[in-house]
Design a protein around this ligand. Structure first.
Ligand SMILES: Cc1ncc(COP(=O)(O)O)c(C=O)c1O
Length: 442
């Protein structure tokens, strides 16, 4: 029997497992069949891709059907595409299309070549990589910075390596998969606390304090799926009382808050109090990579115990050049960050007054909550047909019944693009019963 067409792949897998099906070969046969049905019905929003890379607008291709890959490779023949305003990529400052950045990357590739060939500890670093580390260290304002190949592997490497034998890790329940995987890989004891709930955090810290040598508290400054900002000042106050170590992932705030985009910790004036400030370089800085800013004394430990640092090839010179050039743009053009915040506030205000549920989000990530997954999928499919592209978010990315569509605002979006998007959202919001008539009229 087929599941409902909108059922997320992993929810279907759970259903099958609960019916006693555990053989992975058989499970995958069922999942593949379900996946093809979703692709053919235009419901697999995660399979869409852009024809010529991301920009604020792009020609978007639907997920490849089984017959299309050959044509795409052999005849460069694209399937039908849809001209869209893009809301699902994290190019917060639009620097991926900045001409200065592109020119500097091209020049650097001419000089430094393409791949880096090996890990940082085995000779993969160049002057360019070192310049990136120094720039980041100066911007964030901690003693040292270590550059990792991705944001994901920054968290994976650091969190698996930093806690000691008798330590406990306490992290927010909404933390990203890279944090959860890093914590699990550490093999150390861990517990979670309720999302952004300082009282629950305090209870856990005071309960476990005597049992462990150190406690690591791990949070994100802005949560990627809800757009909520973390109560970092409150966490620092608790740290003063209970003496624990704090690790903050600034993936969605680096380049966005603070002077020249130094981050949310810098914006709040608490860089000194935060022991480890990590961030990805794939979002505001339009490249790939990640870093952790920390006291120099932790560097040798991470060199040799963070396997994603020790045993993974480092960034390509082109990636490093894109980061460096983006950091220069952030420094030279404060209007970039200003435009991002103006756009965020404008879009938020319009969506709120139309009656959309934006949760407690505040950062430039704007989620629209639609808990019913069937409605969410149908809504998003029609949104796409109207030229608005964002992916549906559901289990396992968020808990079942916490579905949403996420709009990532960038400095490069125009007011016209925001207006067009909100007008279509309003129209479909009414059609699908996501908002009420009275609110739109108001
Ligand atoms: C909070 C958070 N941390 C880490 C990462 C991983 O970063 P990257 O995809 O650049 O490796 C992401 C990616 O979306 C993220 O949202």
């Amino acid at each position: 029997m087929h599941p409902n067409i909108s059922t997320p792949i992993l929810s279907y897998m759970k259903q099958l497992e609960s019916q006693g099906l555990t053989n992975i070969e058989e499970l995958c046969d069922h999942l593949y069949e379900h996946y093809l049905r979703q692709v053919n019905q235009g419901l697999y929003s995660n399979g869409r891709y852009t024809q010529a890379g991301s920009n604020v607008t792009a020609k978007v291709q639907s997920a490849l059907t089984t017959s299309s890959p050959k044509a795409l490779l052999e005849k460069n023949q694209e399937q039908e595409s849809q001209e869209c305003i893009l809301w699902c990529v994290n190019h917060y400052l639009g620097l991926n299309r900045n001409q200065n950045v592109i020119d500097k990357v091209c020049a650097s590739v001419q000089k430094y070549g393409t791949g880096s060939g090996t890990s940082a500890l085995s000779g993969g670093m160049s002057t360019l990589h070192k310049q990136v580390e120094i720039k980041l260290q100066q911007l964030v304002g901690k003693e040292s910075v270590l550059l990792f190949p991705t944001g994901f592997t920054t968290n994976l490497g650091c969190l698996s390596a930093l806690p000691g034998k008798k330590d406990l890790i306490i992290f927010d329940r909404e933390c990203h998969a890279s944090i959860i995987d890093g914590v699990k890989l550490s093999g150390k004891k861990w517990v979670t606390f309720k999302h952004n709930n300082l009282r629950d955090l305090e209870q856990k810290v005071s309960k476990y304090k005597g049992e462990y040598q150190n406690i690591f508290v791990v949070v994100e400054s802005a949560y990627s799926m809800s757009g909520d900002l973390a109560p970092l000042q409150g966490i620092v106050d608790l740290k003063q009382k209970y003496k624990f170590l704090v690790y903050v992932d600034e993936a969605h705030t680096f380049g966005i808050y603070g002077k020249n985009g130094a981050g949310y910790c810098s914006h709040l004036g608490i860089v000194e109090e935060i022991d480890f400030i990590a961030a990805t370089l794939s979002k505001a800085t339009a490249s790939i990579g990640g870093f952790v800013a920390l006291k120099s004394k932790y560097v040798p430990l991470l060199h040799w115990r963070a396997t994603t640092y020790t045993f993974q090839a480092c960034l390509t010179p082109g990636d490093a050049a894109a980061i460096l050039a983006s950091l220069e743009e952030m420094e030279n053009d404060p209007s970039l960050i200003e435009s991002l915040h103006k756009n965020n506030q404008y879009m938020r205000r319009r969506l709120k007054s139309a009656g959309f549920d934006l949760g407690t989000s505040a950062s430039p990530i704007i989620p629209i909550f639609i808990s019913d997954v069937e409605k969410l999928q149908a809504f998003n499919k029609e949104l796409y047909s109207r030229g608005i592209f964002s992916v549906s978010i559901f289990y396992p990315v968020v808990k079942p019944h916490e579905g949403r569509i996420r709009f990532v605002v960038s400095a490069a979006h125009t007011i016209e693009q925001i207006d067009t998007t909100v007008n279509i959202l309003q129209e479909l919001g009414l059609k699908y019963g996501v908002i009420k008539q009275a609110m739109v009229a108001a």
